[in-house]
Design a binder for this molecule. Structure first.
Ligand SMILES: NC(=O)c1ccc[n+]([C@@H]2O[C@H](COP(=O)([O-])OP(=O)(O)OC[C@H]3O[C@@H](n4cnc5c(N)ncnc54)[C@H](O)[C@@H]3O)[C@@H](O)[C@H]2O)c1
Ligand SMILES: O=C(O)[C@H](O)COP(=O)(O)O
Length: 605
């Protein structure tokens, strides 16, 4: 039975980008719908690349537009302006942000802008990068970013010292009532007995969250003569040992600390970590510093703990709502010292953060894989170069396999086998998996798939992709021998594509840098994966190639490749014909009418 149905390629024009002369061949081939620009690493380290989706080739012929929605240091702005049109629009309302965002390729924010789902939805697919000029990314909806294929980068290092210094400043100011005493003197009072403080030396400080800021706070607190302990479920013990800090359990930290300093990110797990229950476990008279995020403390519980005398004092730079309400009991509390989220606000840190984020955003727009990507895997440049032809092969095998499914839908279970002699830790399949996913999903949906959203998109569509490595003997010179893609639990419109075990099976390998289809079902074939392919199952007999070739030749369709795979002479054979042009329906019908041809399918790559 011949099949004339050809699934429509939803986005054939996307392939046009790959022939744009300005695209480096490695990356344009890797992601035809993407912009990829390599950039040298100023540190002289390994170059990394980011795969950025380009909604329109035309947007690249002009400069990209970067919206800077909060104040950014001059040095960073200068860097951005060398590459992009920069729109500095501060204090936008959420509605104004949503309106503007559809005209922007990148957005840079600090902690004051909520980059929520609506922002990504309003961007209409144009927004490629969100740059968070700082560490905390709790104001960016990462799930929504990933779903929209938008990369999020942050600037995780430049404000570490500033935040640690602010933590120490609050610690000392709180212990010595600096803010309260200052206000009192300015109010004309002289209350020396009222503002007697407590000493830091010899006291136990518990650092909760022993990351970059936490460890810098610990280092400084030790210099002040404090005994420092830390709790962090993920911190390496050797880092703590190197600073002379003991890692302890959460409960031990709470029970022994005279001072607690918070330095963990705000996540669902850390949200309201300090609450009525945990305050009850603290030493009476404990003092708390928070330069992390307001949300890690249940603020109403803190007011109760202050009033009950469990917490003697608190010094807070951050609040669950910023700015907090003017009549907030916590802010107005006499034993609470507050600052308006100033942790990162030093001249030096702001210049550093601005440069760090501008470099990350420009690099990302150029196609570099950002070292500070928050929601995408990083693939080193040399790995990309090596994988380039396999990346093409992976996408094309995905495209072929899905076009072989009867009706093109119902694809839920895909099994991918990589035949390789590389050790598992020397063989990263994320990019290949993303490309197979792209190949499978794009022809049958309107979804645009890239490295950022491939796994998410697969999961969302209920597509389960399992991977296995078939270990080969031999030299691991080339990363891969072959890739096999199997789709289970579906019918095929080309029965010969079914394997003995009932899956649609296609297999390919790279020959002289060109991806080839080498197996369909149980039939060995050999056709380069360029243009389009006609697969025919026929009774093996002389003259078949000539017969089909002349039908195509009559309408000037150029045959690029032909190969026949057969089970045995004069039995069934599968003929794979590569064509540069798409044959007309009439020609395809004539091929189907050749008596020896039992079934055929036309597949677009
Ligand atoms: N006030 C400011 O202006 C300012 C400035 C910089 C950073 N910050 C905040 O400080 C946070 C920390 O910054 P960083 O650069 O040190 O980040 P980091 O990622 O280097 O460190 C965070 C640490 O918290 C740990 N952690 C995670 N969950 C934890 C838990 N449940 N209990 C204890 N520890 C946990 C992590 O393992 C990590 O070591 C940021 O996320 C940001 O919210 C605030
Ligand atoms: O997470 C951070 O980096 C700090 O909270 C700084 O935030 P900011 O950029 O709004 O100063």
């Amino acid at each position: 039975m011949a099949s004339l149905a050809t699934p429509t390629l939803k986005n054939p024009s996307s392939l046009a980008l790959s022939s744009k002369p300005r695209l480096p061949s490695v990356l344009s081939a890797a992601f035809p719908n993407t912009l990829h620009f390599p950039r040298s690493n100023p540190q002289g380290g390994r170059r990394r690349f980011l795969i950025i989706t380009a909604s329109a080739a035309s947007s690249f012929s002009n400069k990209p537009t970067v919206l800077v929605a909060e104040k950014l240091g001059e040095a960073g702005l200068e860097l951005l302006k060398e590459f992009a049109n920069v729109d500095c629009s501060y204090n936008l309302s959420p509605e104004e942000l949503c309106t503007k965002i559809s005209l922007c390729d990148a957005l840079i924010v600090r902690s004051g802008t909520k980059v929520n789902r609506e922002v990504f939805e309003s961007s209409g697919g144009r927004l490629k990068v969100v740059g968070r000029a700082g560490v905390g990314i709790d104001n960016v909806d990462l799930s929504a970013a990933t779903e929209h294929g938008c990369l999020v980068v942050n600037a995780p290092t430049a404000n570490t010292v500033a935040a640690a210094e602010h933590g120490i400043a609050l610690l000392a100011a709180m212990a010595r009532n600096v803010a309260q005493a200052d206000a009192s003197v300015k109010a004309g009072k002289w209350q020396r007995n009222k503002y007697v403080g407590v000493s830091l030396v010899g006291k136990t400080l518990a650092v909760l969250g022993f990351g970059k800021v936490g460890s810098e706070v610990a280092r400084r607190a030790k210099g002040l003569g404090m005994h420092v302990i830390a709790h962090d479920p993920y911190a390496p013990a050797d880092r703590a040992r190197a600073i002379g800090v003991e890692l302890v359990s959460f409960d031990d930290a709470l029970a022994t600390a005279d001072f607690i300093s918070l330095h963990m990110p705000l996540t669902p797990a850390t949200n309201k970590m300090l609450n009525d229950e945990t305050f009850a476990k603290m030493k009476k008279g404990v003092r708390i510093v928070n330069v992390a995020r307001g949300g890690v403390i249940d603020e109403e519980a803190l007011v109760r703990a202050l009033d009950d005398g469990i917490v003697a004092q608190a010094a807070l730079d951050v609040f669950s709502q910023e700015p907090p309400k003017a009549d907030s009991k916590l802010v107005q509390h006499e034993r609470v010292t507050v600052t308006p989220h100033l942790g990162a606000s030093t001249m030096e840190a702001q210049e550093g953060v601005a440069i760090e984020i501008a470099e990350a955003v420009v690099g990302a727009l150029k196609g570099e894989l950002a070292a500070t990507a928050v929601n995408a895997p990083m693939v080193p440049a040399e790995v990309l170069t090596e994988l380039k032809p396999y990346v093409e092969l992976a996408e094309k095998l995905g495209r072929l396999a899905v076009q072989l499914v009867a009706g093109g839908s119902g694809v839920k279970t895909v099994k991918v086998s990589y035949a390789t002699s590389r050790a598992p830790d020397d063989f990263d399949t994320r990019l290949l998996r993303a490309m197979i996913t792209k190949g499978i999903i794009e022809p049958i949906s309107s979804v645009f798939v890239n490295l950022v959203n491939a796994d998410f998109t697969a999961k969302q569509r209920g597509l389960r992709i399992t991977e296995e490595r078939v270990l080969l003997d031999g030299s691991p010179e080339s990363p891969l021998e072959s890739i096999q893609v199997q789709i289970a639990n579906v019918e095929s419109k080309f029965a010969s594509a079914m394997s003995e075990t009932g899956e649609i099976r296609v297999e390919g390998r790279v020959k002289d840098g060109i991806p080839h289809l080498t197996k369909v079902g149980s039939f060995e074939v050999d056709v380069s994966l360029e243009g389009s392919i006609i697969l025919c199952r026929q009774v093996d007999q002389p003259g078949m190639i000539g017969m089909v070739g002349s039908i195509l030749g009559e309408e000037n369709v150029n045959v690029s490749f032909m190969s026949v795979g057969r089970v045995a002479p004069r039995k069934h054979a599968v003929m794979a014909i590569g064509v540069d042009e798409q044959p007309s329906k009439e020609s395809l019908k004539r091929i189907g009418e050749v008596p020896a041809i039992e079934e055929f399918v036309f597949l677009k790559l």
